[in-house]
Design a protein around this ligand. Structure first.
Ligand SMILES: *[C@@H]1O[C@H](CO)[C@@H](O)[C@H](O)[C@H]1NC(C)=O
Length: 216
């Protein structure tokens, strides 16, 4: 491609950024391994992540990318890995974990507003992973799910600890499970979240959805 073709190609490309979960699960929420949670209050940690994130997003924008889907973090307090901490009442999620990722999502939503206001040649949309995931957990049968608190892959004492290891035999009805393993949603859940980002209402994907962004 020559320079002109490349900038046209970048300008019509979609950038999909889905990051943040591991900054919580594999860092902030592991106080025995990392000092982050003693150095930063939840709000300050969210600010720190968003500040680094902003620089990276703007670097991509300066390269000529113009269409960004920035997905929020899901309700991490509801994943099997957090449920086995013994902190939640039975049948409930770990609310302080959901509260701190909520701070990140709130900041990401306001970043999207700022980016749209400051960079008129580009579009930034916020994918409300948290909202869609919570809807699935609150109405599992509506979506055909039967199991919301255990992974399809994982039993016994490994239930809350592991990603699905090689050679491990998972459950046979993965479409009925919200979680694939202790950390990750199943393909069935990812499909719903992707559909809602693609063609959902502004409460799913804000201010416009990915389909609309693609046509702009
Ligand atoms: C947007 O512009 C305002 C006003 O100049 C500035 O304070 C803010 O940092 C900018 N934000 C982003 C994300 O570009």
């Amino acid at each position: 491609m020559d320079e002109e073709e490349l900038s046209q190609y970048l300008a019509k490309s979609l950038v999909v950024m889905i990051i943040g979960s591991n900054d919580y699960l594999n860092n902030y929420l592991l106080p025995l391994l990392y000092t982050t949670s003693s150095k930063y209050k939840p709000k300050d940690y969210a600010d720190l992540l968003i500040s680094h994130y902003t620089h990276q997003i703007l670097a991509l924008q300066r390269l000529g990318l113009r269409k960004f889907l920035l997905a929020g973090v899901g309700p991490l307090g509801c994943i099997p890995n957090q449920l086995v901490t013994g902190l939640p009442l039975s049948g409930k999620c770990v609310s302080f974990v959901n509260d701190i990722v909520g701070l990140f999502n709130k900041q990401l939503g306001s970043l999207v507003n700022q980016l749209n206001a400051n960079h008129s040649g580009a579009i930034f949309v916020y994918g409300n992973t948290y909202g869609v995931f919570t809807d699935i957990l609150n109405n599992p049968s509506h979506y055909g799910f039967r199991v919301t608190d255990r992974g399809c892959c994982g039993i016994g004492r490994n239930q809350g600890q592991i990603s699905c290891p090689p050679l491990f035999i998972p459950c046979l009805t993965r479409d009925q499970y919200v979680f694939w393993d202790a950390f990750h949603p199943t393909q069935a859940v990812n499909e719903i979240i992707a559909q809602r980002a693609y063609s959902g209402s502004p409460s799913d994907c804000y201010p416009i959805n990915v389909k609309q962004m693609a046509y702009v």
